[in-house]
Design a protein around this ligand. Structure first.
Ligand SMILES: Cc1ncc(COP(=O)(O)O)c(C=O)c1O
Length: 379
């Protein structure tokens, strides 16, 4: 297992940053590379035609290793909403129904909602109510049938980390000819995912959380179902002759193969791309399993210290080690507690009724002990 990696970041040592689900801190190496890239902007003579393409290809390759895909199935996009727009622009109608879950993140929710109203498809939101995570998952799976065109769901719930049975949902979707679209923003990079094994048709991830990328850069996986799709914009960079700068007005009719057509225009952001690439390479060098085990080690301390005091956690099989909610006893006020945490510089988020804690390899036992101690005092 890897050791704490705090030394690779520039976090404020007087703070306890348990909020990677909000935004990841910048890796020191990413910062250096971005400064170098900024300096390169001083004189465009240093900018060669291959600079417009190479780093983007490397980003696609590194991301494809994390999700077990081919690099040509990956597109570089500016946000998850942009990634979903390309998905819904190319979705075939296979039935009269579409499915999402309660409190799905708004970028995915609004994308499917718009598609449903344009195509006159009924959107079904599967509510949890008081169900266990297992029963909620069963309800989701049971709701998928041959009349379901598409399911959109996050890999783990963004508010409290509840896991979804992606493999089983993917299987059911495949058997019903249903598109399976996953928002991986809150887990890809910290929890293993296999797009082929889970039969995912599109996986969209914002880059600035668990992928250690910059804000305004996201990554999307598009399966072969999208190979002949139409992108939402017509960029010269997404044509097969793009590298040939002197002949661009030959107006090549062919898009880049597979997901290359979905890359955003001006794909290679010269300043931000080095941060993204560095983050992905760092994750691949740590190894997802090691990141997972590290987060497991820290979150187990939280569970073992706080469960006996009546703090509720998600059932173990559906618990996400890097992102979870502390279920305070009903009589305690969440907002009052958040203020106390802020005062002690413990950074977490409130999402809905959840006090969301998120852990990554830059956290250590000191961060966890501070959180545990503060919860104990409050109780
Ligand atoms: C699950 C999830 N998806 C997507 C995003 C970001 O969406 P976008 O890239 O459209 O701004 C977030 C941000 O918190 C998120 O939690």
């Amino acid at each position: 297992m890897i050791k704490c990696q705090k030394h690779l970041f520039s976090l404020d040592t007087s703070e306890y940053y348990l909020n990677c689900a909000y935004k990841s801190p910048l890796l020191k190496n990413g910062e250096l590379l971005a400064i170098q890239a900024l300096k390169k902007e001083r004189n465009p003579s240093y900018l060669k035609p291959f600079d417009y393409f190479n780093i983007s290809e490397e980003i696609r390759t590194e991301f494809s290793k994390i999700i077990n895909s081919n690099k040509d199935e990956v597109a570089i996009i500016p946000s998850s909403s942009y990634g979903f727009a390309n998905v819904f622009n190319n979705l075939k109608i296979n039935g009269n129904k579409a499915i999402t879950v309660e409190n799905e993140f708004p970028s995915g929710y609004f994308s499917i909602k718009k598609w449903c109203s344009e195509k006159n498809i009924q959107l079904e939101t599967i509510k949890r109510n008081n169900l266990s995570a297992q029963d909620w998952n069963k309800k989701i799976i049971n709701s998928i049938d041959s009349d379901t065109s598409v399911v959109i769901i996050s890999s783990v719930h963004w508010m409290n980390g509840t896991k979804f049975d992606l493999k089983k949902i993917g299987e059911k979707c495949k058997n019903n000819n249903t598109f399976f679209i996953v928002d991986g923003t809150q887990s890809v990079g910290a929890l293993s995912i296999d797009v082929k094994d889970f039969k995912i048709d599109a996986l969209i991830c914002a880059g600035y959380k668990w992928l250690f990328g910059p804000y305004s850069m996201a990554l999307g996986y598009y399966s072969s179902k999208f190979n002949d799709g139409i992108p939402i914009e017509e960029s010269w960079m997404n044509r097969t002759n793009a590298q040939d700068f002197s002949n661009l007005t030959e107006y090549d009719s062919k898009y880049k193969p597979m997901a290359g057509r979905y890359n955003v225009g001006e794909t290679t952001n010269f300043i931000l791309s080095p941060i993204m690439l560095n983050g992905l390479k760092q994750i691949n060098s740590w190894g997802i399993n090691n990141i997972e085990s590290y987060c497991k080690k820290l979150s187990k301390i939280v569970i073992s210290e706080l469960s006996p005091l009546g703090i509720a956690f998600e059932n173990e099989n559906y618990f996400t080690y890097h992102l979870f909610s502390l279920g305070l006893p009903k009589h305690l006020n969440l907002l009052t507690f958040k203020k106390i945490l802020e005062k002690k510089k413990i950074r977490v988020s409130i999402r809905g009724a959840n006090l969301r804690v998120s852990i990554n390899v830059f956290n250590d036992e000191r961060d966890i002990d501070k959180l545990v101690e503060t919860v104990k005092e409050f109780i």
